[in-house]
Ligand binder design. Structure first.
Ligand code: BG6
Ligand code: MG
Length: 213
């Protein structure tokens, strides 16, 4: 018996493959300004806000950038990224995700999204999963992105549940840190599957239906 009442899902890299679109857009921007950027650096961007992600990429730059230049670069990346999002349809929802959410909800769990992304409303709308959740907390509503627990605490509050009653599903090291700092139990998938701090290791989101009664 798990005892959880709610499940809070990260979005990018957990419910959908938009993490790859983030990588492709940052890679195009980094190539354009001549800053080395690869998948290893990209791992550090998971769960981190747009501006903090840019700061991590610019650690390898050979010159400094003003705040105005950084704002322009972040906007350019976001426009490229939203170009990918605009082409998404419900067919881009990974196999088994819709069924898993429906099964968990039918079992009585309250479901939320807890994402650092300001593009969360657009993504959930493109994928047709808005109505699959009881609450959404995203980057538009918080001041501190993961590893700060703010977004997960807000999601739990919207579900009217205590953190101890919620399981957080994450693909990011920063997201697992946020979950644990907030008093949640964490399940890891993708890049976070082998994080020693997670309680459950998932090969696929559908594994949750076997773990949670
Ligand atoms: C997180 C992603 O979900 O959202 C990060 O893992 C991203 O890579 C962050 O930087 C902010 O996203 P957005 O869509 O607001 O630029
Ligand atoms: Mg993620």
């Amino acid at each position: 018996m798990s005892g959880y009442k709610g499940i809070i899902f990260d979005l990018d890299g957990v419910l959908c493959h938009t993490d790859e679109y983030h990588y492709l857009a940052w890679k195009a921007l980094a190539d354009k300004i001549g800053v080395p950027f690869d998948r290893q650096v990209n791992e550090r961007l998971r769960g981190v806000s747009r501006m903090e992600s840019l700061d991590i990429i610019l650690e390898r730059a050979t010159r400094s950038y003003t705040d105005a230049e950084k704002a322009a670069l972040a906007t350019e990346k976001n426009e490229m990224y939203r170009g990918f999002l605009a082409k998404m349809t419900p067919d881009d929802l990974p196999t088994g995700v819709g069924e898993t959410l429906a099964t968990l909800r039918a079992r009585g769990y309250r479901l939320a999204i807890g994402s650092s992304s300001r593009n969360t409303p657009l993504i959930t709308e493109r994928l047709g999963i808005v109505s699959a959740f009881d609450a959404v907390a995203d980057g538009n509503e918080i001041t501190h992105s993961k590893p700060d627990p703010e977004v997960f605490l807000l999601a739990a509050e919207k579900l009217r549940l205590a953190p101890a009653d919620c399981l957080v599903v994450e693909d990011a090291e920063s997201g697992v840190s946020a979950a644990i700092a907030g008093g949640f139990t964490a399940a890891g998938i993708g890049s976070a599957k082998d994080d020693p701090r997670v309680t459950y290791r998932l090969d696929a989101l559908s594994d949750l239906t076997a773990l949670l009664p």
